[in-house]
Design a protein around this ligand. Sequence first.
Ligand SMILES: Cc1cc2nc3c(=O)[nH]c(=O)nc-3n(C[C@H](O)[C@H](O)[C@H](O)COP(=O)(O)OP(=O)(O)OC[C@H]3O[C@@H](n4cnc5c(N)ncnc54)[C@H](O)[C@@H]3O)c2cc1C
Length: 500
Amino acid sequence: MSEPAVVIAGGGPTGLMLAGELALAGVDVAIVERRASQDLAGSRAGGLHSRTIEVLDQRGIADRFLAEGQIAQVAAFSGTPLDISDFPSRHPYGLGLWQNHIERILADWVDELAVPIYREREVTGFAQDDTGVTVSLSDGESLRAAYLVGCDGGRSLVRKAAGIAFPGWDPTVSNLIAEVELTEEPEWGTRTDDRGIHGLGRVEYEVRDGEVIYKDSGPVRVMVTEAEPGADREPTLQDLSEALISVYGTDYGIHSPIWISRFTDMTRQAASYREGRVLLAGDAAHVHYPVGGQGLNLGVQDAVNLGWKLAQVVRQTSPDSLLDTYQTERHPVAARVLRNTMAQVALRRSDARTKALSEVVSELLSMEEPRRRFAAMMSGLDTQYDLDKGHPLLGRRMPDLDLVTADGPLRVYSLLHDARPVALNLAALGSLDIAPWADRVRLVDADYTGPWELPALGSVTAPTGVLIRPDGYVAWVGEGSDQGLPDALTTWFGPPETTL
Ligand SMILES: Cc1cc2nc3c(=O)[nH]c(=O)nc-3n(C[C@H](O)[C@H](O)[C@H](O)COP(=O)(O)OP(=O)(O)OC[C@H]3O[C@@H](n4cnc5c(N)ncnc54)[C@H](O)[C@@H]3O)c2cc1C
């Protein structure tokens, strides 16, 4: 085995996205994955939110996902739909696409980028010193790397071995979920009772005029809320049959399970995302109830925040302290998701008072301003990293504007395909001088005369220049001069001469 600069434990959505980001930045990276192939036992995530589609668009691969999924208005808070079709985004919608397809498409991309995936072996431990990490594998081999990233899911061995605490809350709700065959026609759709939400639907579906239309045949996806949370053994067909009978009075002749699994509202977040040369991302760093469909999206965006920073530190163009901004930026984003999922679980309780509260919340969300705010939160479009105070664009996602350049029209996101930072000069030619960083940052002179609009915020003043990080977030805004630009370039992309 070679000596990669970065080893990623786990090739789920987070690990794959991170590998792609590092490979694009020219970093030698390898994934260690327990599974023999990308096949996934269980469908898990049902799709992507608007911001994740934008992030994939920034890499030029959104079309691969859009071609296979179903576009729909999927954002919701505790069952109240939140339409985002009026949001200023090129993708003002979500995408229904099962996680096994999302992972397959990501794995194909990572394969094109020639990232090795060492399959059918596990990371079993590691030892770190001043110069790197030695990663032990279940086949007796080891890998030496400068950094190890644990993208190894909620039960992360990397997190545990690093001694990182995982504080939070034990489960109050537990669901069985499965793909099975039925001999009888069931009650399709969802049912809510005193115990919680249950549902049956075919795995294959289409969205027509905003309605989910299930196929006439094929496996059925079943979800039942269990009477008691807290079981810790693997669920069986017998458990599922009993749970169905206790809710529906019948198990609809359930047989031939493709997979059966359990998920809960256990809510926990890693106290630290970093321990020296070891970092955590995705479910390894945070777990919560899947309401709102946010977990996979969060992991992909962790990866996109970490990838370019880790690449710069590995290439020694930025100091190691840049990695601390990964935790500063991403920990609060996940903490907010944990909070909103806990609130949604609480609102789903079936007692009369909670039902009344839920109706009041739903009524509030039907008002314009709350709808906009919550929709921007649930679709991931309102993320703002805490950079300097100033123009509202600072720390927020760059909109995918249609620019006019000397080489013709182009979209802002097309400038980010190679995951390199961009200084966009929208004033007179030569207004921005980034010469000392020209080896790292691309300068683009362009015209843009259209509106500047941000989701939930509305119109903002047109800047004369912006510095866009590889993850698509704005690191500096020019308002008539280049004041502050050299500082922002140094903070995010390292000092002009490599003096590290
Ligand atoms: C029922 C359900 C519905 C969901 N719906 C949604 C949704 O609609 N939208 C959404 O965004 N999210 C949803 N989620 C959450 C989503 O599935 C997870 O957040 C997502 O899979 C996290 O990705 P990950 O790569 O961080 O971790 P995982 O997907 O858990 O990947 C971890 C990988 O690491 C590997 N691994 C583990 N340990 C080791 C080791 N020691 N060595 C090597 N490899 C290892 C595993 O085999 C796996 O491939 C849902 C989850 C559930 C359970």
